[in-house]
Design a protein around this ligand. Sequence first.
Ligand code: GTP
Ligand code: MG
Length: 500
Amino acid sequence: MLPVMAEFKEIDSCIRTSAREHHNINEVFFLCQKAVTHPIAPIYDSKESNLKPAAVSALQRIFYLCDKDQDGLLNDTEINQFQLKCFDKPLSPDDLASVKRSIQRWSNGADSDKGIDVDGFILLNKMFAEKGRHETIWIILRKFQYTDSLSLKDTFLHPKFDVTPFSSAELSPAGYRFFVDLFLLHDKDNDGGLNDSELATLFAPTPGLPPSWIDSSFPSCTVRNEAGYITLQGWLAQWSMTTFEEPKTTLEYLAYLGFESSDRGGTTTALKVTKARKRRNKPGRVERNVFLCYVIGAGGSGKSSLLSAFLNRPFAHTYHPTIKPQIAVNSVELQGGKQCYLILQELGELEPAILENQSKIDACDLLCYTYDSSDPDSFGHIVELRKRHPHLDGLPAVYAALKADQDRAVQRTEVQPDQYTEDLKMPKPLHVTVTWGSISEFFVHLAESATFPSTAFPKNDDEPVDRTGLYMAIGGIVCVSAALVVVWKRSSFLTSSTSS
Ligand SMILES: Nc1nc2c(ncn2[C@@H]2O[C@H](COP(=O)(O)OP(=O)(O)OP(=O)(O)O)[C@@H](O)[C@H]2O)c(=O)[nH]1
Ligand SMILES: [Mg+2]
């Protein structure tokens, strides 16, 4: 058999057996079974005497995930954690020393005192394959959720996670913690930003940046430092937005990046679903932390500049009309210190299509109508738009008169903006400009309006609501009723005095 086996490498094993003498009966069935449950062919190329490329890249990814401190080496603690995860038992110090010795011998004396590097790890697995212990490799691969064809299990990448209508997905505290730790681990130079190479190593165990990030020209859609590198604040804002818009992508990347929940609950424990939002103009706070706001208004009214200012970018005089929709996401601190994330989206050429799309409208938390207060032809766009899309009145809205640093022009509309909003029983347009530092207060106002949507709806006389929030509203009701009591008393006094 030996020459035959030497010629046909795909022969897994050969064993002498006899039914009459009951010799090696169990063994032959064991080998047959093993050939099926732990096949060598997908992981080892016997002709080349090498692990196959797909197996090598899976093992490299596993090495990377086990290298918790990202120093390029598995130290003793990391090796033990790996051993426990895969084989449910620790490695004895003697075994550990012998593993290291073998690697050292095979790799021509490379120093493995500090730990095992990725080449050593691959070499170790190659040794398993060569010694016929390839089931060990399969145990490792399967523990890390690989299928028999060496792809990651679909149920692992895409677990069941439903977002009910009128709800949204957000990161849970465990999810935020994971992304904070990941950022800090990869900011090797401690400059508070992830540069291109740091991002590349962070995304090494994944297929690369999520496609939607590339579409929204990441990282330009979120907060960056002076060098242009994404900051921790921007990183968390980016994941908040991804989770809001496509929770499946976040779940997929949590799996690729090695998220492990404390209670073995899987990647879905990093997410949560918000309460369904029913009547939008109901007074009170919406139980969400991530809000989507469409910024709509005439061309050149200053929408893109507003998005830039939201990301703390310096003001630019040059005008580049927006064609593709643009996004800016950042965190905002509400009055009282609570933090939320606001996604500002300028719709570009897709404005009519998005405003006609019911699911896009359902996903939107707030509209920000903008016009250029120095351009007499700017406000007309809002008037037209509201006429053309009457269903927009179902959304809370804020009116913004931009470029307040310039001379105010009389708008060529039938009614002037202040009167227009007053007729709608809406708060008057806020005059703001990105050239003043106080613009940040405007973003807080947007976030507050999304949080307390009833404040951004037409004022209802039966239910007086002030836009400074629910507490003010309650105060208002108390004041009105007190006034009514006084009036009633006076009139009853008058009637009683006249009758007497
Ligand atoms: N003085 C002044 N100029 C501003 C202000 N905001 C924007 N601009 C300028 O107005 C021009 C148009 O601004 P954009 O932000 O590109 O306008 P936009 O609404 O995004 O325009 P479209 O994308 O074409 O719809 C640019 O040249 C800006 O520099 C502001 O507050 N004050
Ligand atoms: Mg623009």
